[in-house]
Design a protein around this ligand. Structure first.
Ligand code: 9D3
Length: 257
């Protein structure tokens, strides 16, 4: 897969894509990230990429022409159609489901806005999809693009080692991860749960699933609500709830409920 990023900060985007699992995937040519600077497509001597907002008020808007020329160059460099995503706070929220479908595309272009955003006419004619990474205010689209590159890059065939991908397959589907421990087994901060040292793989799998279900119930009940549990999971979550309520009885009583 190849991702083309249209950005006023190409160096930053290349550095984002050069680290960790995704950087290694690029080195191994499983994945490619290219950048295009709209400033290089401006036609005036000042290399202008923005203009005053029509109707007045503060802030600048990115001009149609440099972005249109940059996207034309992206499309001309591609042998197949390019799916163009604009990163913006008005977009649909990025989810892992969306990441998984983007990861299957041969070509993806990420358009990053700065200032107040991009002229609406360019969006209407050149953009296939608008995505946001969450409900907070950033100063531009680059961090959103970096999030997509990381999330999509790590899913490319061969990017993850076997241990990482096997772990993904287990029960990470829609649940929070279980707690993790490493040596030392005994520490001033506490001991590693005994079951993890038991060598009983079935018991370890059940413990981890129970922890995943329990933490999801405590921290992200919205994720559980959208999901139906099989009999084993329902029983493990019930066990977790019972343990939890027993350990927190005092606190619950203090709160007067
Ligand atoms: C007048 C209100 N504007 C600024 C305070 C709106 C505004 C314009 C441009 C707010 C943010 C931005 C820049 N943000 C992005 O380009 C962006 C973004 C985000 O801000 N939050 C979550 N996801 C994304 S993806 C791109």
């Amino acid at each position: 897969m190849r991702i083309d990023v249209v950005t006023l900060f190409p160096d930053f985007m290349r550095q984002c894509a050069a680290v960790g699992v995704v950087g290694r995937a690029q080195q191994r040519e499983l994945f490619q990230v290219e950048t295009w600077n709209p400033r290089d497509f401006a036609t005036d001597n000042y290399r202008t990429v923005d203009g005053r907002t029509c109707g007045g008020g503060p802030g600048m808007v990115m001009l149609i022409e440099p972005l249109r020329a940059a996207l034309r160059a992206v499309r001309e460099a591609a042998p197949e159609p390019v799916h163009v995503v604009y990163l913006s706070p008005q977009g649909a929220r990025l989810t892992q489901d969306r990441v998984m479908s983007l990861a299957k595309l041969p070509r993806l272009a990420l358009l990053c806005g700065r200032y107040e955003g991009v002229d609406e006419r360019l969006l209407a004619h050149e953009v296939d999809e608008e995505l946001s990474i969450g409900d907070y205010v950033l100063s531009g689209g680059e961090l959103g693009a970096a999030v997509i590159i990381d999330a999509v890059g790590r899913l490319q065939d061969g990017a993850l080692n076997d241990a990482q991908s096997a772990q993904q397959d287990s029960f990470s589907d829609g649940l929070l991860d279980c707690p993790h421990y490493t040596k030392p087994v005994h520490d001033a901060l506490g001991d590693v749960p005994a079951v993890l040292l038991s060598g009983d793989h079935a018991a370890i799998r059940r413990w981890r699933l129970k922890q995943s279900l329990g933490r999801t119930w405590l921290r992200r009940p919205d994720l559980l609500a959208r999901r139906s549990l099989d009999a084993e999971s329902a029983a493990l979550l019930e066990e977790f709830r019972r343990d939890y309520l027993r350990h927190h009885e005092a606190a619950v009583a203090d709160r007067g409920n």
